[in-house]
Design a protein around this ligand. Sequence first.
Ligand code: HEM
Length: 951
Amino acid sequence: SPLNKIPGPWYAKFTSLVLKWHEFRTNRTRYIHDLHLQYGPSVRIAPSEVAFASAAAVKEIYCSGGSGYDKTEFYNLFKVYGRRTMFTTLNKDDHAKRKRILADRYANTNIVRPQSLDGIAERAGNFVNRCFQTNSTIVLGLHSYAFDCVTHHLFHPHATDSLLSSKDEEIMREVTFDDSLQNRLLQFYWPTGHKLFGKILYLFAKPRETPLADGFVLDTCAQTDAAPFTLLNRLQGPDYNLDNLDIAAECLDHMAAGIDTTGDALCFLMWELSQPASIRYQKKLQDELLANPGASFDRLPYLDAIVMEGLRCFPAIPMSLPRYVPPGGRTIDDFFVPGGTTVSCQAYSVQKMDQTVFPDPNTFKPERWLDQPNKGDAERKRLFFAFANGGRGCVGKHLALAEMKMLLQAVYSRFTTLPDATMRPEELEMSDQLISSRPAGQRCLLQTPESSSSSVNARHRLSPGLPYVSASLPQLTLSLASPFKSSPSVCSARPLANRRNVPSVKVTFTLIQQTALKRSTTVNTAIMASLVNVRRDESDPFYRYKMERIQTKIEGKGNGIKTVIINLTSVAQSLARPGSYLIKYFGFELGAQTNLDPADDRWIINGAHEAVKLQELLDGFISKFVLCKKCKNPETDVHIKDGRITLDCKACGQRCDVDLRLKLSGFMLKNVPKKTKLDKAERRAARKAKQNGKGEENGSGGDDNSDMASPNGDDNGIESDDDALTRKIKTEAQILENKAVEIKDDDWAVDMSEEAVKARQQQLPGEFKQKLVLNGEDEDEDVEGGGNTVYDQLGTWIQEQTEQKGGVVNVDDIDIYVKAKELGIESKHRTVLVLVQTIFDENICAQIGKRAPMLKRMITSERHEKAFLGGTERLVGQLSEEGTDMYDKVVKILQLYYHHDLITEELTIKWGSKASKKYVDLATSKKVRKAAEPFIKWLQEAEEESDDDDE
Ligand code: HEM
């Protein structure tokens, strides 16, 4: 046989039993990969079967003549309701006919339609919300997310909501948690035996049964009002003559194709990004997302690199895609292969074999997709086989990529994920199924490890448990040391039939809240995927006014059924309107009762109302009560005075009246909102800066590194106000009288008698008390068993890390937080005192922004805030003593603290009014306050003016 020339193990010439044995052991992919490593990119794996792993072979087998060679009867196993779908058509012509009907529904232009993307974004929001809504163990999956997204694309408005509804989740579970591999393999290899002994086989090899999914799809396909962008709408077109069963079969096939693939791929990525070796990539991703709030998911190069690398290392369909060599035979990779031979490539090997294109192939390195963009780019893409290639490649590719990117955007814009230490690599081995692979353990249980303090929750307006996520994700195959390499022996030791005996794996992903981006009137948080333009008729992805898409949760039953708007506060803030206006508006429009001022941030409308419907109603609210009537800009202030409601446009200056006949107008007249101090302070600063109208050069104190400048220089609405603020403060600083600060020893001070100081010092460990000057903390009743030692340990550890990593900027927030948590002091105010002295240096102004999310999470009370300011005094004093004059920077530092919500007006004013010996000597304390005076004065004036405004 000409196949004898192809390298491979000797037994492959005579028998396919070894290959089959590996298939039954869920280890086919790894087995073939090992053969490739041993014999090269062309390997004979059975008497009539050859595996290839080169770009040339991919091109020949899958792309020649458009869609490559015909599929083998292996695909009969995937027939649905006895019908052939696009996926299961074997020859080119049948395939082309079906593909012509439905391909345009998967074209990128259709995927990026607002209605299509809205559905995905809503599900990404549901995923995030579901994770953060509970403080008890919950079971949910990225599979649910993928399921809801794909059914949205197939059936909207009849999509599932398995992230919100347990009934829908059951359907997803039925499709995902399928154990029919052995049964189906027997059906393929021994069809007669399968027919004769089918019932007996069922006893130990379950068939695939999906009654719930069948029922759901059949029922849904009977609907005739599917949205124009959906597959169902297309298949029901009169020109195509498809009967109901054909339509349902095609839909069910696509539904199944869209769940495990996207779900597992995402799960892998989140897991990998959470590993110590990859946390830096997670950080980079977060940096990109935070620097580009609201950016469209397909304009983020690092996100793209992450997704590509994830799919390269763990292709959700890593296995062989078998095809028949056409009659007459073909030459593949220089070997003549006779007609009728089964040939295939598997993504797992294609994407790893050529080390000139993918050096260090088993390591997750997103950078390889960015490095030298032109060099090797074409080769990398030629060898990217996760979605296969040619005319029969994955039709759902654009949908899958949109889903993956939008979910990662939604999660990593706000959170950091870390794995639980109990996770064992062998629990994540790859388990091959018929064509896709899944994690051997098949499920991960994620749970809320602990609830956060109420003050943190209050700050973030989310339910208890916010900083931690509770989620169930399917597991993935990787090991900590070498994430993508897993040992075949471990894998083969775990037969799929024993799956029920595999202990369920418990994984905890700790999600740490990231920066909530602050913008004067528009974007408050950066949940990119769940953001929507304030004007939804505005399709420009760069439209700067965004808000979170409305998220709802239906609770209760019967008469008690109600809709909770999970994120109403955030939406209202983005519109700069009180939440009570929005909820009341919904109430009026729906004729339903609402609650107006929920202490727990649970905004409720009686009855069940879909988020989509509320989003539409919100458009009405925005048009009537937010948008400027002249220029349609949403940046308007509401003025309610003398029985009139006016919208004052900040963009064009127009003042227009709101129609008083509207029901909500009556409500507004009776409920005039109080302005917040921060709003007023910012407005006032902007106004005064405008009056000054100079754009002073000395504005920022020459601090080019200021984090206030957006990295890409965009005018994103944050800088303008802050620059105005800085300019204003600095201008005032110049004209301030040089009067002395009033110094009093006050309630900030502690007993500084020699005796007391000595007593305190006894508690401190030797070395660190000098370094960090941790004395003066004697009133700290919450010191733990180790006394100051733990704080000392934290400080020393940060300093060591700083040395090891060549600078404090390289010490990661997450590592610091984890260390503090490990020492049990992440919530202590002393920790903040230690941090401020160790994570900042003379470049503090450039460092604050980066550290703000972590600090914000840790500064949870007045006490913390005092420690934070005290630590800053020490830092300023100490650095100045060492020769870097830091007093000049005090205003800027405070302003940045204020901007990032790390300090409050009241406490800062109080702090500034009285020097104290608590943290530094009196002279230093006076000097710091003197330097802070312009900022304090500005805060005071802002407050006074606000009070005037209120009157
Ligand atoms: C990360 C996610 C995904 C991956 C890695 C993936 C991968 C693949 C691969 C490798 C194939 C070729 C299979 C073969 O030739 O035997 C394929 C085909 C297919 N995929 Fe996907 N897929 C993904 C998501 C989706 C989604 C979301 C859908 C949506 C509906 C989908 C629908 C299909 C269909 C219908 C086919 C058959 C195409 C044809 O025969 O022309 N896939 N997919």
